[in-house]
Design a protein around this ligand. Structure first.
Ligand SMILES: [Zn+2]
Length: 393
């Protein structure tokens, strides 16, 4: 069996950073602290060694969106994020017609059979279409004309076509039928997440009681404290804080979430329940200054300004263009989060969320050798997938 040894690396573990050799055999990490002979030696030159990043919410990259619904688009987007250190990701579907969602699910099956980077994607994420279009603040960039109430027949149809590929599905818990949706998700073993919601904290709590266990892009397109006429209301954010098992995800591009919101979420929930996502659109990993959010056919025009996509009139954000290595730099360099904590948020917590922590999400003996080497400034130097180098600079 051939041996690959990574030397001269600061190995980032959940509770420590060790300068030690990491041995890889047959695609797995087999020893920490190895000093013997190896067939291949990778010198990390004093940089960091991270567990590969796990992005549980991403729409595209490299110019492609998963809703383009071609195997080539899937390969392009996955390869782009892989080059930025993401070794596991869930392709995310936007709210769309039933026909387009069926096409997305069928394309994913095709990609799993023939895509070059199929090993990176354990399943897919459905962001919608069961959201409310009544409140533009919560519908955000989701196409408001395609939003609808949970539909049992449609859900059954999509679950049948997906045949186990859907790992998470987002909906708004205040909608009629959301209890049925939550029960169908929990029965099917699908993670059920609150997103694009105008719920009061009471409505969110009912959703949590019915099986919603996660909040999508926390603080973005979900409710928090507000006054409506003579009434004061709490929202989804407070319900998430009040339920200790509920996990949250934050877009860590340095634009969608201010530093002190991130620190507050970490303080209340802890790094084991706060995960980093990109929620990236197709412009991520390109130098484009304009592009389309969503499909090329029906998408919304956006411009890039200050490292984030915005509507052309600059009135609001229209999506993230981040990659996970940028999230790492934001967390460690701009927000002052300890390197081990940032690593947990980028890898172990999302791996736990997806139920793949036995093999992914941290550097430990027996786990897959999905690894990222960076320099001291957290710039990517090399990415390994199952022990093989898939990108180096
Ligand atoms: Zn999204």
């Amino acid at each position: 069996m051939s041996k690959t040894l990574i030397t001269n690396a600061r190995v980032v573990l959940p509770d420590d950073i060790l300068t030690t050799g990491v041995l890889i055999e047959n695609g797995k990490i087999t020893e920490l602290g190895y000093t013997g002979k190896a067939d291949e030696i990778i010198d990390a030159q004093g940089g960091y060694l991270f567990a590969g990043f796990v992005d549980a919410h991403v729409h595209g990259g490299g110019g492609a969106d998963f809703m383009d619904c071609t195997v080539e688009a899937f390969d392009t987007a996955v390869k782009t994020h892989l080059q930025h250190g993401t070794t596991t990701l869930l392709p995310t579907a936007m709210s769309a017609t039933r026909e387009d969602l069926i096409l997305f699910l069928k394309t994913f099956k095709e990609f799993k059979k023939s895509g070059v980077y199929a090993a990176v994607t354990p399943g897919v994420h459905m962001e919608g279409p069961y959201f409310s279009g009544a409140n533009p603040k919560s519908s955000g960039a989701q196409p408001s004309t395609l939003l609808r109430l949970p539909d049992k027949d449609e859900i059954e149809c999509l679950l049948t076509i997906a045949d186990g590929d859907i790992l998470r599905w987002d909906a708004a818990p205040e909608l009629e039928g959301s209890d049925m949706f939550a029960h169908m998700m929990t029965e099917s073993g699908i993670l059920c997440s609150i997103a694009h919601s105008a719920a009061t904290s009471e409505q969110a709590q009912t959703g949590i009681d019915n099986g919603f266990s996660h909040v999508t892009h926390f603080y973005n397109a979900v409710t928090t404290y507000r006054k409506e006429g003579q009434r004061v209301l709490a929202g989804v954010v407070e319900a998430a804080y009040l339920n200790p098992h509920v996990m949250v995800e934050l877009i860590c591009d340095g634009r969608h979430i201010p530093r002190d919101i991130l620190r507050l979420a970490l303080k209340i929930k802890g790094r084991g329940l706060v995960m980093a996502i990109t929620d990236a659109m197709r412009i991520a990993g390109t130098d484009w200054t304009t592009g389309k959010l969503g499909s090329l056919k029906n998408g919304t025009d956006v411009i890039v300004d200050d490292k984030v996509a915005k509507l052309p009139d600059m009135t609001s954000f229209a999506g993230s263009i981040a990659t996970m290595d940028r999230c790492l730099r934001v967390l460690c360099q701009d927000y002052g989060i300890p390197v081990s904590d940032a690593s947990v948020m980028l890898s172990r917590t999302p791996a736990t969320f997806l139920g793949i922590e036995e093999t992914k999400g941290s550097i430990a003996v027996g786990k897959d050798a999905d690894l990222v080497i960076t320099d001291s400034n957290f710039q990517i130097k090399r990415v390994l997938l199952g022990g093989s180098t898939v990108h180096s600079v």
